[in-house]
Design a protein around this ligand. Structure first.
Ligand SMILES: NC(=O)c1ccc[n+]([C@@H]2O[C@H](COP(=O)([O-])OP(=O)(O)OC[C@H]3O[C@@H](n4cnc5c(N)ncnc54)[C@H](O)[C@@H]3O)[C@@H](O)[C@H]2O)c1
Length: 394
């Protein structure tokens, strides 16, 4: 297959591009490097150093003998998207290229608007390009389990059968997202579903859980092929943060009561799920939703697992929750469609946490402890960033 990986310079896009390349597909990577720009804005950096995209691609060619095309541009620019389709002619597109941090989207009005414009407009440009150039292209789009929120009933896989006043229909599952970022994903889902209905497009919306892990079979082939490792208060994910805190002997900071429960998966399973979706494409006019996670854990459970995996004693602290979310709640979400397609999950075992702790230990000299504290407060319409405090106009 000819596959475009949008956002292919990011945490998940890069290892996915390598994996698909090694599996014999012709891969093109697209990115505008805005993720690297957010690091400059926040004054933070990936814990594990990452090389430039062009350098990574050359290194991949050296170690694997396989080539990957690169396209540098912004998906919100329709002319760029058009040229991209003209030059690459994809059979399938994996779309990772969005602003993906909930805290980033909640910094202030500017960051909320940026997130929604970037994510929604980029996806709209893609939908038009697919419809105009080749409606048979299969769009595999990364959504999030956060689209559903935490309802007090079971979460289904995209759709729910509802009986109302004696009549029954299957409808999109109700969405109660928890940030302007998560809302952008809901808007995307609606736009994609509509495009499938009116233009007969084929799309798979992967409602992904929180991804953990850093190494894949391909990224470990050379240090220059490493992907990002984010642990800061804005882009870092919770397990990474706990591993960093454990290594520097800082108490693990659980937000609020720690009963917030989320679906999670290993980065190697992200690669496997995307590949399964590509190999089993949606039909003409079909909008499918797969819940892409393998296990769910509460934040408190994750802290306890990291503490248990670390050889020395680790303290767990509870700090004020900067987010507006239920700190204890019911959580049960269906996730059978990818298992039915053959997914064999890597579950979160002590050995996985120890391998993450080993990565952190290797780069402990790069840890910036000041970057870890949460600075973005959901209840406030504007939070000051440590890098911009005193610099902003007005
Ligand atoms: N990482 C997770 O735990 C997780 C969980 C659920 C869903 N997701 C989704 O998966 C996708 C990838 O996540 P990630 O962690 O790899 O994020 P990431 O920020 O590391 O990667 C996204 C990439 O897209 C690029 N990008 C963003 N906007 C772009 C635009 N307009 N044009 C071109 N390129 C653009 C960025 O520069 C970046 O390299 C996102 O859509 C995210 O919402 C991630």
């Amino acid at each position: 297959m000819r596959i475009l990986v949008l956002g292919g310079d990011g945490y998940l896009g890069w290892p996915t591009a390598l994996h698909l390349s090694r599996r014999g597909h012709d891969v093109g990577v697209v990115d505008n490097f805005v993720r690297r720009q957010y690091d400059f804005e926040m004054g933070v950096d990936s814990l594990v150093p990452i090389t430039q995209l062009q350098h990574r691609v050359r290194r991949w060619e050296e170690v694997s003998g396989l080539s990957i095309d690169t396209f540098v541009g912004d998906l919100t620019d329709p002319e760029f998207v058009d040229r991209l389709f003209e030059r690459f002619e994809p059979d399938a597109i994996v779309h990772f290229a969005e602003q993906r941090s909930a805290p980033y989207s909640m910094i202030d009005r500017q960051h909320a608007v940026y997130t929604q414009v970037n994510n929604v407009v980029g996806t709209m440009n893609l939908l038009y390009a697919i419809a105009e150039r080749n409606p048979a292209i299969h769009l595999v789009k990364l959504g999030t389990m956060g689209e559903y929120g935490t309802p007090n009933i079971d979460i289904e896989e995209g759709f729910i059968e509802i009986t109302h006043k004696g009549r029954t229909d299957v409808m999109p599952y109700p969405k109660q997202p928890g940030s302007f970022y998560h809302l952008s994903k809901v808007h995307d889902s609606h736009n994609i579903q509509f495009a499938c209905r009116i233009w007969g497009l084929r799309a798979t919306d992967l409602n992904q859980g929180i991804v953990y892990g850093h190494e894949t079979d391909e990224t470990t082939m050379h240090p220059d092929l490493a992907t990002r490792f984010d642990y800061d208060g804005v882009f870092g994910t919770v397990l990474n943060r706990f591993c960093v805190q454990a290594v520097v002997e800082h108490p693990l900071s659980v937000y609020g009561k720690g009963g917030q429960t989320r679906g999670m998966l290993d980065i190697r399973d992200t690669l496997a799920c995307v590949e399964l979706a590509l190999l089993n494409p949606a039909g003409e006019g079909e909008f499918r939703v797969f819940n892409q996670f393998t296990e769910s854990f509460s934040v408190q459970q994750m802290a306890e697992m990291v503490a248990a995996a670390y050889p020395d004693t680790v303290k767990i602290d509870h700090v004020d929750d900067p987010r507006v979310e239920k700190e204890e709640h019911y959580y049960r979400a269906a996730h059978t469609k990818l298992l039915d397609l053959g997914l064999v999950p890597h579950l979160l075992e002590t050995s996985t946490i120890r391998s993450l702790l080993a990565v952190v230990d290797r780069y402990r000299h790069r840890i910036d402890m000041e970057a870890i504290s949460p600075t973005v407060k959901w209840r406030s319409t504007a939070s000051a960033l440590r890098t911009t405090a005193g610099l902003t106009a007005g």
